[in-house]
Design a protein around this ligand. Structure first.
Ligand SMILES: [Zn+2]
Length: 170
């Protein structure tokens, strides 16, 4: 099974080919640059930072290392999900990582907000968080999923095939 490095190389090669095709046929595909960029950025995040193999974050994995000092934040995720289990499914798997990040972000936000309140500092974020246009959000979602699915395909996992127990692999 591919190592983290091989997964990254496969994902980047496909992104390179896709980008070349996009640039060559840009006029006819009718996708605007910001949308294509949102796709590519999200795809890269899914390739380097938020990968299915974070289910091994209790050990050392490449994606965890890329988070630097924040890598330990993924350890509970690694402990919660068995390797190549739910984390490596096609629809729910990628969502588990987003939900985990959202929970973590919310917890950190509340903790930070509580601390600031305690210190008497008020943080008024009302109206300061702008939601990107819908096509940007869709492109980002598709980019993220594409990166995750490519990982699963490289792992030999297809949506319709029943998963068989395998040796511990990345
Ligand atoms: Zn994997």
């Amino acid at each position: 099974m591919p190592s983290g490095r091989v997964h990254e190389a496969i994902n980047l090669s496909v992104l390179g080919l896709g980008s070349a095709a996009y640039l060559a046929m840009k006029e006819s595909v009718g996708v605007e640059d910001p949308v294509a960029l949102a796709f590519a950025a999200s795809y890269c995040i899914g390739t380097f930072l938020i990968t299915p193999d974070l289910d091994l974050a209790e050990q050392g994995v490449r994606a965890k290392g890329r988070w630097g000092l924040l890598g330990w934040l993924w350890v509970p995720y690694g402990l919660m999900f068995s390797h190549r289990g739910l984390s490596h499914t096609w629809l729910v798997g990628p969502l588990t990582r987003l939900a985990y990040l959202a929970l973590l972000g919310t917890a950190l936000f509340w903790a930070g907000d509580g601390l600031l309140r305690y210190l008497g500092v008020s943080l008024n974020l009302q109206g300061r968080i702008a939601v990107p246009p819908q096509e940007i959000l869709w492109a980002a979602a598709i980019g993220y999923y594409a990166s995750q699915w490519l990982h699963l395909v490289a792992d030999g996992m297809w949506p319709d095939f029943p998963r068989r127990p395998r040796r511990l692999r990345r």
